[in-house]
Design a protein around this ligand. Structure first.
Ligand SMILES: NC(=O)c1ccc[n+]([C@@H]2O[C@H](COP(=O)([O-])OP(=O)(O)OC[C@H]3O[C@@H](n4cnc5c(N)ncnc54)[C@H](OP(=O)(O)O)[C@@H]3O)[C@@H](O)[C@H]2O)c1
Length: 185
C-alpha cells in the first residue's frame, strides 16, 4: 500500500465491550495508534452495543447503517456525533433499492410500504434515497457501494444537489414514521 500508516482502522461487526476487553483488541489498536501506525480507530457499530461504544469514549469514528428505509440509528447517530466521533454511513443508498434490477430484499420491501411518489418531483427514487441520507445533519460521509461508473457519476451529481428541501425532508419523515420506519431510540 506504500504507506507507513493507516488513516483509519475500524472494528467489524459491533463486538460488545466485554468481547473487546476479553481479547485485548482495543489495546492492540490503541498501541498501533500510539506508535503512529494508525491515525484513527473506528467501530462498525449497531444498536444495542453502539450505546456502550459511544460511552467508552475511545472511538474516533463510527460506521453505522442508515437510510430512509433503515432509520433505526437516526437518533444515536446524533448522539455519537455530539460525543465527538466522525460518522461514516453505510447502506446509505438503501443497497440499491428501489432501482432497476435490484427490487428485492428488506430495503425494497420497506420502500414499498410508504408512498413518497409525489415528493420525488424530478428526482429518481435513488436520488431521493441518497439525498435523504445526505440530509441527516450529523453524518460526515456516505460510503456508497457501486461497481458501475455511471452510477458513481449519478451519485456525485446527486450529492452536488445537496440535502433535500426542508419541507420535503420533514414530510418524508412524517410518512416514514407513520408506517413504522422510524428511529429506534
Ligand atoms: N461494516 C460492515 O459490516 C459493512 C456491511 C456492509 C457494507 N459495508 C460497507 O459499506 C459500503 C456500502 O454498503 P452497501 O454496498 O451494502 O450498501 P449501499 O451503498 O446502500 O448500496 C450499494 C448498492 O446500491 C447500488 N447503487 C449504488 N448507486 C446506485 C445508483 N445510482 N443507481 C442504482 N443502484 C445504485 C449498487 O449497485 P451497482 O453496483 O450496480 O451500482 C449496490 O448494489 C460497502 O461498500 C462496504 O464497504 C460494511
Amino acid at each position: 500500500m506504500k504507506t507507513d500508516y493507516l488513516d483509519l482502522v475500524q472494528f467489524h461487526a459491533s463486538p460488545s465491550q466485554q468481547t473487546l476487553e476479553t481479547h485485548g483488541a482495543l489495546e492492540a489498536a490503541q498501541a498501533l495508534k500510539q506508535a503512529g501506525k494508525v491515525r484513527f480507530i473506528g467501530m462498525s457499530s449497531t444498536l444495542p452495543n453502539l450505546l456502550d461504544h459511544v460511552e467508552m469514549g475511545v472511538f474516533d469514528v463510527f460506521q453505522i447503517p442508515y437510510s430512509a428505509v433503515e432509520r433505526e440509528h437516526e437518533s444515536v447517530i446524533s448522539a455519537a456525533s455530539e460525543a465527538g466521533a466522525g460518522i461514516v454511513i453505510r447502506g446509505g443508498a438503501a443497497k440499491g433499492a428501489p432501482s432497476e434490477g435490484k427490487q428485492a430484499g428488506t430495503q425494497w420491501e420497506r420502500w414499498q410500504q410508504v408512498d413518497l411518489d409525489d415528493l420525488l418531483e424530478d428526482m429518481t427514487s435513488m436520488a431521493f434515497i441518497l439525498r435523504f441520507t445526505f440530509s441527516h445533519p450529523d453524518m460526515d460521509t456516505n460510503i456508497v457501494g457501486t461497481i458501475n461508473p455511471a452510477h458513481l457519476q449519478d451519485n456525485i451529481n446527486v450529492l452536488l444537489k445537496g440535502p433535500l428541501p426542508q419541507d420535503v425532508y420533514t414530510e418524508a419523515k412524517r410518512r416514514l414514521d407513520a408506517v413504522g420506519l422510524r428511529p429506534q431510540t
